[in-house]
Design a binder for this molecule. Structure first.
Ligand SMILES: CC(C)(COP(=O)(O)OP(=O)(O)OC[C@H]1O[C@@H](n2cnc3c(N)ncnc32)[C@H](O)[C@@H]1OP(=O)(O)O)[C@@H](O)C(=O)NCCC(=O)NCCS
Length: 398
């Protein structure tokens, strides 16, 4: 390989970028899909590695808006489309292009970056920590009965895709503004989310839509290992009534023995049923990964469940953005500045990423040796302060 050229993308690079993506991820995007990707990611948002003019490394960034604990809406850099050519792997190309990209994001003033990961072993070294969890559940409809007295508010109707396009964004925005980790969807994201081309359904039915004034569910019918099933693509509920009403319709669907869905770990569905085991957890996966690019700014953007005054020593081997920070915060506000005071807590930036949205407890990561404290009382305070009112959900894969 000649010397690797690392630079931002131009419109002329787009064919090479899309070819690299098709080769790395194995799915051939058609021209309409490519046009949608180009609306989401303009060429200058790519950082490329080129070998003799050929694109061999790609990383992109999408400016996102995320709700953080306390409900502030903050800018986040959404890292996407990461790949290195099969002929050029394990020579440090990913490290070079991510480094150029992340230093650029720091200069742009992003406090947070986020991504969804193809493998769990790649991004910790770059300062990312898995921050949210989805549980896969399978519900055997025959054994799933609603508990007597469980809410039955009704109010759900079926709509066409066209009607849904008009109704869903406002409901999603209400849900997004109150859910830690949730990402705002632009019009281009809605087009992406609802495009539903037959070639991209992988044998499942077209999307179907259930809409309530305060929520919605989208699902497909498909052939599962034990016969027909309904696969919930998303269920978004801004109120508990909407949640119960939508689940009542989903679990009442005829001709599907099972309903499968991905739920946040604190979803109340099992407790709406007479037998909590009817919503059987069959697996789990990480959702969004978070990286603090500006530790002080990011920790000051969120709120804390209880008052906190603590000095945290943060290691950041990738970007050198660590150091010692004094964090003073509570339910009403927070500030976080660099300090020379001695540290109460020692950790690294990827662990802070896992803690940032409240998806993992400080205590858990302390037990794993990732959060060091001298004084157990500090651990108690930090653990309680970072807890959120509900489990975080990012809601939009990117
Ligand atoms: C993942 C991928 C981008 C890595 O590119 P690469 O150029 O080989 O990575 P680098 O050589 O720069 O490696 C950087 C570091 O990550 C490690 N690494 C890279 N890929 C890894 C993997 N799949 N699993 C574990 N570690 C990995 C390397 O060992 C290296 O570690 P070190 O710098 O701490 O010694 C590339 O393998 C790829 O395109 N995979 C398929 C597409 C994909 O999964 N993309 C990610 C989408 S989220």
């Amino acid at each position: 390989m000649s010397t690797l050229e690392v630079r931002t993308g131009t419109a002329a690079d787009l064919p090479g970028i899309h070819l690299a993506g098709a080769r790395a991820f194995g799915d051939e995007a058609g021209p309409e899909r490519i046009a949608e990707i180009d609306r989401l990611i303009p060429p200058a948002r790519y950082v490329l590695g080129l070998d003799a003019g050929t694109v061999v490394g790609v990383t992109a960034v999408m400016p996102l808006r995320m709700t953080v604990p306390g409900r502030a809406q903050v800018r986040a850099a959404g890292i996407a489309d990461v790949s290195v050519a099969a002929t050029h792997r394990r020579r440090g190309i990913l490290r070079q292009i991510l480094s150029a990209q992340h230093h650029g994001l720091v200069e742009e003033g992003f406090a947070l970056a986020a991504l969804t990961a193809s493998e769990g072993t790649i991004y910790g070294r770059f300062g990312y920590g898995p921050a949210t969890v989805y549980q896969r559940v399978e519900i055997d409809r025959q054994h799933a009965a609603f508990r007597p007295g469980a809410p039955d508010p009704g109010g759900v109707r079926q709509t066409t895709a066209e009607q849904a396009r008009g109704l869903l964004p406002a409901v999603h925005a209400r849900w997004q503004s109150r859910t830690p980790g949730a990402l705002h969807r632009s019009g281009a994201w809605w087009d992406w989310q609802l495009s539903d081309r037959p070639a991209e359904r992988r044998g499942a039915s077209a999307l179907q839509f259930l809409v309530h004034p305060d929520g919605y569910a989208t699902f497909r019918r498909a052939e599962g290992p034990r016969g027909r099933q309904a696969r919930v693509v998303e269920l978004v509920a801004a109120t508990e009534d909407a949640h119960a009403a939508l689940w009542r319709v989903l679990l009442g669907l005829d001709l599907v023995p099972t309903v499968v869905a991905e739920l946040s770990p604190d979803d109340p569905l099992p407790f709406l049923l007479t037998d909590t085991r009817a919503a059987r957890v069959t697996g789990a996966r990480d959702g969004v990964w978070v990286r603090l690019l500006d530790v002080g700014a990011a920790l000051a953007q969120r709120r804390y469940a209880t008052e906190l005054d603590v000095v945290i020593d943060v290691a950041d081997g990738f970007l050198g953005r660590g150091g010692r920070f004094r964090l003073r915060g509570g339910p009403e506000g927070a500030e976080c500045t660099r300090t020379d005071a001695s540290a109460d807590v020692h950790t690294d930036v990827s662990t802070l990423g896992s803690l940032h949205l409240g998806g993992h407890r400080v205590r858990t990561l302390h037990r794993a040796g990732l959060v060091g404290v001298h004084d157990p009382a500090v651990l108690d305070r930090l653990d309680l302060a970072l807890v959120t009112d509900r489990a975080p959900v990012h809601g939009t894969d990117f």
